[in-house]
Design a protein around this ligand. Structure first.
Ligand code: DAH
Length: 356
């Protein structure tokens, strides 16, 4: 049959020249499509004599297969080239260093609050909270601090403004966490075991005082709680907190909301200007405490003939300074990033009962 070699040469050349999928498709249609040249040739087979058909038929089929294979190969080549082109544009250098992601740190006060909460939780205390803007009733009266009581002046209270003509007593920024005792008792009643960590405010500013600082309050009320339970509880706490056995010394004191009242010192030593807690024959005052005054229980709606217990209040910032050797209290609240990076904790530094 004539022309097969020409057809072959023509279409293989066209396939090779097709530069994109559309061009390749039109080559396919004109060669192998229903009305394509090879289809027409195949139709001509019917008009041939058998001898001629015997050679022309297979030759045409071979041509068809060959062009089909060439089309496929070209298609794959075009696709590969397109992919290469795309990958060139989307090239990523995975060896580049990652962009820095600034990481914050946990403030020592937050860390110490967590540590205290973990230790007291182990002794059955849950965390209670109260507002930082308090009524004078919760901050003073309910705690047995009468209006004329000198403790009201000693507290250097911040008062909030009232509108002119509004003669109700002003709200205050709470001067201690003790009002949370009242709120927790009102909410839950007795028996109760809570600690209340949080911010407190007093007008005071020098190397050891800032107008805002942190306290942790403790309260345990039940039928027969005594000062002995208080002492055990605090020694247990300090020993867990400092990671070493810590003895305490109770000194008689006075607080309007406790009777009897005691100031508590922890055992420590000063060697070469370095403070060590839990050893030596020095003592350092760390908190106030006592047996909750019957008036206080009564103002919180708890019957003092049925219930009694202890309370304590302790400075958290001071506890952080002692444990982590931080010298100046004011730096705690200056938000100096260098200080925070130096004294801050990683988020993964979970407080544990067994941390040293
Ligand atoms: N609220 C006292 C203060 O801020 C500390 C305190 C002393 C709290 C004795 C107590 C306590 O619960 O029993 O100075």
């Amino acid at each position: 049959m004539d022309g097969i070699a020409e057809l072959r040469a023509k279409y293989l050349a066209e396939v090779g020249a097709a530069g994109d999928p559309d061009a390749l498709e039109s080559v396919r249609l004109s060669a192998l499509g229903k009305k394509g040249e090879i289809a027409l040739k195949l139709r001509e087979l019917g008009r041939m004599d058998p001898e001629e058909r015997k050679t022309a038929g297979p030759a045409l089929n071979r041509l068809k297969d060959e062009i089909d294979a060439a089309l496929r190969a070209r298609k794959t080549a075009l696709e590969d080239a397109a992919l290469d082109e795309r990958l060139k544009g989307e090239w990523l250098d995975i060896t580049l260093p990652a962009r820095p992601r600034p990481r914050g740190s946990i403030h020592p006060v937050s860390q110490v609050m967590e540590e205290c909460a973990a230790i007291f939780a182990d002794m059955g205390f849950r965390v209670a909270e109260g507002p930082q803007v308090e009524t004078d009733w919760y901050n003073f009266d309910a705690l047995n601090i009468a209006p004329e009581h000198p403790a009201r002046q000693e507290h250097d209270t911040f008062f909030l403004h009232r509108d002119p003509g509004d003669n109700r007593p002003p709200h205050v920024l709470r001067t201690h966490t003790s009002p949370v005792q009242i709120r927790a008792l009102q909410a839950q009643g007795a028996p109760i075991r809570v600690i209340a960590p949080g911010r407190v405010y007093r007008m005071d500013m020098d190397q050891t005082h800032t107008p805002m600082f942190h306290q942790i309050e403790g309260l345990a009320i039940d039928r027969d709680i005594t000062m002995a339970n208080l002492k055990w509880c605090l020694e247990e706490f300090f020993s867990a907190y400092f990671g070493t056995k810590v003895r305490t010394r109770f000194r008689a004191s006075h607080f309007p909301f406790t009777e009897p009242s005691a100031e508590v010192d922890i055992q420590c030593s000063w060697v070469g200007g370095q403070l060590k807690v839990g050893e030596g024959d020095g003592w350092m005052e760390v908190l106030g405490s006592g047996m909750v005054h019957p008036h206080v229980l009564r103002s919180a709606g708890v019957d003092p003939d049925q219930w009694q217990g202890f309370a304590f209040g302790m400075g958290i910032d001071r506890m952080a300074m002692l444990k982590y050797g931080i010298p100046d209290l004011r730096a705690f609240f200056e938000s100096d990033l260098r200080w925070l990076r130096h004294y801050g904790f990683s988020a993964l530094d979970m407080p544990s009962l067994h941390a040293g």
